[in-house]
Design a binder for this molecule. Structure first.
Ligand code: GLY
Length: 396
C-alpha cells in the first residue's frame, strides 16, 4: 500500500472522529463503551473514566493527539483539553477507585498530550497514575495485582497477561523522573510474565491467582480467554506489544526475543490467508459467536450460525499485533515483520474489516469475536496507520 493510500485511510478515520468531537463534551466523553453495531453505545459499567473498571475511555480521547500529529490541525488538541480535569480527578481524588489498566488510560491521553504540548499537568497526572500502578506490585509474587481493590483484604492476588500493556506507563515514568523503582517493577512484572505465563509451546495463558501472603502461584485462572489452557488472541497481542515496548525502553535483547517468539507462534496459529485471528485459538470449530450483550447486532450478522468461523474473529488483536510489529521494526529491520505489516495493511484496510462510511462511528468490524466495532481496535488501527507513515516518532 502506498503512503498516499495509507493517508487516505487515516483521513476516513479522522472524518469519523468528527462525530465524536461533535457528540461529547467534557462531562460526557467517558460514556463511550467499547462496542457498537454502527454506533458506540453509552451507559455501560466500566466505560466511564471514573468507574473503577474503566479501561477503554482513552481510546477515543487518545486519538486526538494522533490526528493532530498527522494533520497539524490544533483543533484536535483543543478538543482533547476538555477532558483534562477528569483525568486529574480520577487519580488525585479517587485513587482507590482505580485498577491495573491505568496504562491503557493514561498513556494514549496524558503521555501523548504531554509530548505534544509540554504541559506539565499531563505529566503530573500520568506520574500519579504510575504511582498508583506501583502500589499494586506484590513484592513476594513479583507481579502487578489485577482488578482487586487495594483497600480490601479479600480474595487472592491475580496477575493477567493484559498487564504487559500497562508496564509502558512505568517505563515512561522511569525515563521521565529517573526514579528506578518504576523500571524495577516493570522489569519484575515482565520477567514474571515470561516465566509463568508463557508455555513451553510459546502459547500464553490469560491469568494466574497467587497467595497474597506468600506470593506463591496457586493456579491458572482464566477470565478473558475461552478457558484454562486456552490461547486468547488479544491477550497474546498485548504480550507481544508489551515486550516490544519493554525492549525499546530497557534496550535488552531478551525482551525483543520474547516478543518475536510470541509473534512467531501467533502467526503460525492464524487461519490461512487471514491476518485476523479467532478471538481464542483454542475455540472448538463449532463454537457459536459470542453474543454482543449490550449492543444490538445488525440483521446481516447472524450470530446464531455456529458453522461460520468468521463470527469468531477479533480484528482488534490484529491491529495491536500490527502496532507491535512496527515497534519491533524500530529495534531491527526484519523481512518477516515487514511482511506482517503489509498483510495487516492490506487485510485490515479491506472492506471486510474497515467500514469506510464516514457517517458510521465504528472503524474496524469484527472485533472481540462479537461482530461489533470497539474503541480499542479502532485506536490501535489508527495508531498503526500513523506508524506506517512515521515510525521514527515514539508516541509513548
Ligand atoms: N483489558 C484488556 C482487554 O480486555 O483486552
Amino acid at each position: 500500500m502506498t503512503e498516499r493510500e495509507i493517508k487516505d485511510n487515516i483521513e476516513i478515520c479522522r472524518k469519523k472522529f468528527e462525530i465524536h468531537m461533535n457528540g461529547f463534551d467534557g462531562k460526557e466523553l467517558y460514556e463511550l463503551p467499547a462496542c457498537g453495531d454502527r454506533k458506540y453505545h453509552s451507559h455501560s459499567k466500566g466505560n466511564n473514566l471514573l468507574d473503577m473498571y474503566s479501561w477503554v475511555a482513552s481510546f477515543v480521547s487518545g486519538l486526538a493527539p494522533i490526528y493532530y500529529l498527522e494533520s497539524g490541525d490544533r483543533k484536535y488538541i483543543d478538543w482533547a483539553y476538555k477532558f483534562k480535569e477528569a483525568y486529574h480527578e480520577k487519580v488525585f481524588e479517587y485513587p482507590l477507585d482505580t485498577m491495573h489498566d491505568l496504562g491503557f488510560l493514561y498513556i494514549p491521553y496524558c503521555i501523548n498530550l504531554y509530548n505534544i504540548t509540554n504541559d506539565s499537568d499531563f505529566k503530573n497526572d500520568a506520574l500519579k497514575a504510575a504511582d498508583e500502578l506501583l502500589k499494586r506490585f506484590d513484592i513476594n509474587g513479583r507481579y502487578i495485582d489485577a482488578w482487586r481493590r487495594m483497600d480490601s483484604d479479600e480474595g487472592t492476588g491475580r496477575a493477567i497477561i493484559d498487564c504487559m500493556m500497562n508496564i509502558p506507563l512505568l517505563l515512561w515514568a522511569w525515563k521521565t523522573t529517573g526514579n528506578t523503582i518504576y523500571r524495577d517493577v516493570a522489569k519484575a512484572h515482565a520477567d514474571m510474565t515470561e516465566k509463568i505465563f508463557i508455555r513451553k509451546d510459546k502459547t500464553v495463558c490469560h491469568s494466574f491467582e497467587f497467595d497474597r501472603n506468600t506470593g506463591e502461584v496457586l493456579h491458572e485462572s482464566n477470565c478473558c480467554g475461552f478457558g484454562n489452557g486456552s490461547y486468547w488472541s488479544r491477550g497474546v497481542s498485548w504480550a507481544i506489544y508489551g515486550f516490544a515496548v519493554a525492549a525499546r525502553y530497557l534496550q535488552e535483547d531478551k525482551y525483543y526475543n520474547t516478543a518475536m517468539e510470541l509473534l512467531d507462534k501467533y502467526l503460525d496459529s492464524l487461519d490461512e490467508n487471514d491476518i485476523v485471528p479467532v478471538w481464542d485459538f483454542c475455540l472448538p470449530d463449532k463454537e457459536p459467536a459470542k453474543i454482543a450483550t449490550n449492543c444490538p447486532s445488525e440483521a446481516s450478522w447472524d450470530e446464531s450460525d455456529i458453522k461460520n468461523r468468521e463470527f469468531n474473529k477479533d480484528s482488534s488483536a490484529a491491529a495491536v499485533v500490527a502496532c507491535a510489529c512496527m515497534e519491533l521494526l524500530k529495534h531491527e529491520d526484519n523481512e518477516r515483520l515487514k511482511a506482517v505489516v503489509q498483510a495487516s495493511l492490506n487485510i485490515l484496510c479491506s472492506d471486510k474489516y474497515f467500514n469506510k462510511d464516514i457517517n458510521v462511528e465504528g472503524i474496524l468490524k469484527r472485533q472481540n469475536g462479537q461482530m461489533v466495532y470497539a474503541t480499542y481496535g479502532d485506536y490501535y488501527f489508527v495508531q498503526f496507520l500513523y506508524m506506517c507513515i512515521d515510525n521514527k516518532i515514539n508516541l509513548w
